[in-house]
Design a protein around this ligand. Structure first.
Ligand code: FAD
Ligand code: A2P
Length: 327
């Protein structure tokens, strides 16, 4: 269905869709479980932001050679990390997942070195005002080359590129470390020489927080079909003064987006902050792009302009052409 005037929607057009029929590759899952993690060594850890920023994000690489992870992790999958030590109840820390940001074949092309993009969770407790440091993100960011960490995985079989990836166009919408899987996917797609369009819209607070900026600027310059859009929420207000959240790429860059969105072979991938999907569903509804959504009957007859956030949360899920990973 083509993007249209939101005021002329025919609600009976809204499909109720079933699970994705897009063929995704078979992947290895949970070869290493939390009870039996594999030791791997850190080979590199460097700042991933464009320049110094209070958003501390690192690109961390590890060597999985000789393990059953070698050559068996693909973009869209995650790896688990077990931090050392115990929680406040004396139990070993639970596993935390981190998306691989590496392309197929890893950083080295031989499937031995994989990487992730990790943000230190640092906060002040609202009431006590005590400093709060996330356990595993800080553990991982503190590790140096040569250190050994315990890893599980791989995990995830739904947030992958299709088997016949060259048959599709892609709109990737990312906030923060949600960029990780798209780094690997973008490298894979552009290396393959595929001709369809790939749009990467990335949202971050300040220009300093643009992750892997040089890589994406470079892909944008080298490939006519790769489009890198930056949405800097606290620096570039929209014309009405609101924050330019990444979902507004669908409206504010309609010149680029509409012709791609209206193609039947376009897929939308969303990764990053939990909650970002609600705004995306609303905008897709307002644009009449119901093909990307799975909408429960409860919303039949309700104009998308009137969809409340609660309704969107309860009654809308990604359709078969939309893939979601939020945390
Ligand atoms: P934790 O110690 O687990 O603390 C975080 C929790 O503390 C949150 O639940 C929060 O509600 C709570 N909290 C926050 N502030 C306070 C406070 N002041 N006082 C008390 N509690 C507070 N992360 C990445 O950085 N990069 C990735 O690529 C990535 N990929 C992921 C992929 C998947 C599929 C999933 C599910 C998650 C991913 N994550 C990623 C998130 C990651 O798994 C961890 O959740 C994150 O790093 C926080 O873990 P932590 O141990 O540092 O924090
Ligand atoms: P802001 O924090 O200005 O409200 P990071 O993970 O590096 O903090 O970046 C997350 C980015 O996503 C920020 O630019 C943040 O904007 C933005 N953001 C916050 N809430 C949403 C949302 N509901 N939908 C889309 N983007 C969001």
């Amino acid at each position: 269905m083509a993007p249209g005037n939101p005021y002329s929607l025919n609600q009976s057009d809204m499909p109720i869709q079933t699970a994705s029929q897009i063929p995704l590759p078979e992947v290895d899952l949970n070869t290493y479980k939390p009870k039996d993690p594999v030791p791997v060594s850190i080979v590199k850890s460097e700042i991933a932001t464009a320049s110094a920023s209070p958003n501390f994000v690192r690109h961390v690489e590890f060597d999985v050679s000789g393990t059953d992870l070698e050559n068996r992790v693909i973009p869209g999958q995650s790896l688990g990390i077990l931090a050392e030590g115990t929680d406040e109840n004396g139990r070993p820390h639970k596993v935390r997942l981190y998306s691989t940001c590496s392309p197929t074949g890893g950083e080295d092309g031989n499937g031995k070195i994989y990487a992730t993009t990790v943000k230190r969770v640092i906060d002040e407790h609202w009431e006590t005002q005590e400093l709060f440091l996330g356990v595993c993100s800080n553990y991982l960011c503190d590790r140096k080359a040569g250190d050994i960490i315990r890893m599980t995985g791989p995990s995830g079989r739904r947030f992958l590129l299709p088997e016949t990836y060259e048959d599709y166009n892609y709109i990737f919408l990312a906030t923060g470390t949600g960029i990780a899987p798209f780094r690997g996917m973008a490298i894979d797609l552009m290396r393959s020489g595929m001709k369809n369009d790939v749009v990467l819209a990335f949202g971050c607070p300040y220009r300093t927080d643009l992750l892997y900026k040089n890589l994406f600027d470079d892909l944008d310059q080298k490939h006519k079909n790769f489009h890198y859009l930056k949405f800097v929420s606290r620096e570039d207000p929209r014309t009405d003064g609101t924050k330019p959240y990444v979902q507004y790429s669908l409206i504010d860059r309609a010149d680029l987006m509409n012709p791609i969105l209206e193609k039947d072979n376009t897929l939308i991938y969303v990764c990053g902050l939990k909650g970002m999907e609600t705004g995306i569903y609303k905008i897709l509804g307002q644009l009449g792009l119901f093909d990307y959504l799975r909408i429960k009957e409860k919303l039949n007859g309700v104009d998308p302009l009137d969809w409340t956030t609660d309704q969107v949360k309860s009654y809308i899920k990604p359709g078969e052409r939309m893939f979601l990973e939020v945390y």
